[in-house]
Design a protein around this ligand. Sequence first.
Ligand code: CA
Length: 227
Amino acid sequence: MATILIIEDEPAMQLGLRDNLELENYTVHIASDGEAGLAHLKTGTYDLALLDVMLPKLSGFDVCKMARSAGIRTPIILLTARGEEIDKVVGLELGADDYITKPFSIRELLARVKAILRRNQPSVAQTASLVTIGRLVIDFDAFQAEENALEIKLSHKEFEVLAYLVKNKNQIVSRNDLLENVWGYGESITTRTVDNFIARLRQKIEFTPNHPRIILTAHGSGYKLVL
Ligand code: CA
């Protein structure tokens, strides 16, 4: 699961955010001022940072700007106070990925967190953007797939599913795993939808979809991509 850094000075807010994120199984680290936050961010080990704007020592804007100029690409969601409308624009210009205005509902925050983590998900793309699966060559960075130099049209979600399966290649990935990591909890789809989705994906990438060689079914448990 993802590791989230909270850079926030108000104890009540720290606690509330931490409890709710931990309930969702995220690992949470807290920094209580801008300097500490920047130092944490610079380790580059976080999947996401929630960054308050009004902070002691360094403002959230400064932290954001300095992290970006240090080459840190960790997604950042700014926590702005009501009435800081202009700040949001400034924040996004400084390289934040999103912002949320206090007071916010935990539900809304979790939705943003999941959306950003999902957007940044195909971590396969960061390590090996070009993957060869059988006769398929998939470029996860460019969202392109081809077979014998002919383009195969895959949807964004199909790339995401493939990226996740490639990341966990030669291991059984459960339907729930896929649901959780590719679709996210919030979306109203079922394990049945996953099966239908995989069946359609096989039509596109398998030589004989009824006898798959790439995405195997692990009966009763899920799927396994063989590489
Ligand atoms: Ca504050």
